[in-house]
Design a protein around this ligand. Sequence first.
Ligand code: ADP
Ligand code: ADP
Length: 233
Amino acid sequence: MIEFKDFSFKYKAGEEPALVIKNLSIQKGDFVGIIGNSGAGKSTFTYAVNGVIPHHYDGDFYGAVRVKGCDTVDSSLTQLALSVGSVFQDIDGQMVSSVVEDEILFGLENFGVPKEEIQQRITDILIMVGIEDLRYRNINTLSGGQKQKVAIAAVVALMPDILVLDEPTAELDPQSSQQIYNMLKMLNQKLNITIIVVEQKIMLLSEFSKRIIILDKGKIYLDGTPKEVLSDT
Ligand code: ADP
Ligand code: ADP
């Protein structure tokens, strides 16, 4: 589903690479947690998977990242967005509408989903993630956890194969964080969406992820099941 081959990326020439990955593959249906200190390359990893690198940065890019067999260099960001849904750290900046259903509608319209299908798709996704009661709410009045669910729902409505999230629980209390991970688990199991999530809360990954990759100074330090990785740290 995702393959890194001799990948290396520097934001600026002359600096140390922000991320170097010789070989890595992630299979369909996996649930991968990415951990590491600040500056370890976690966000850069997510950008390599969703094509923000190299499309939005003109640093030094080497090697290849393939998503569903297609090189990200050769794929347009729109093509990639159909395979890889991204929930960025700054969800307030990511969301474009003031009402929940409009936020989901926006993506569906943009990706050319037929008008007669759109209302049904909105209903289906809201029910699936358990927020149909929020449909007509103003996003600015929602709690952090509810907003995060809306951001995820809007992306999943586009039916991506892969969902990439950068610290979705950074601003959430333990209970809301748990709810977000229950939602990710359900999406992983029901829709077989491959989940890649940057997360600092190691306990959440040990409970929910199938695989943990620890990044350190731009390199993979450990990669294995939560049990394997956590017994080594
Ligand atoms: P995080 O560690 O949560 O990924 P950072 O604080 O590293 O967040 O980065 C926040 C933003 O600043 C990102 O958009 C990142 O690309 C940018 N950034 C990080 N380091 C640098 C740097 N050395 N020069 C310019 N921009 C940077
Ligand atoms: P993390 O998400 O683990 O905090 P990042 O992927 O944001 O790490 O950053 C990895 C390295 O790349 C850091 O050294 C950071 O300073 C650098 N970096 C990140 N974004 C930029 C940017 N926009 N310009 C220059 N350097 C950056």
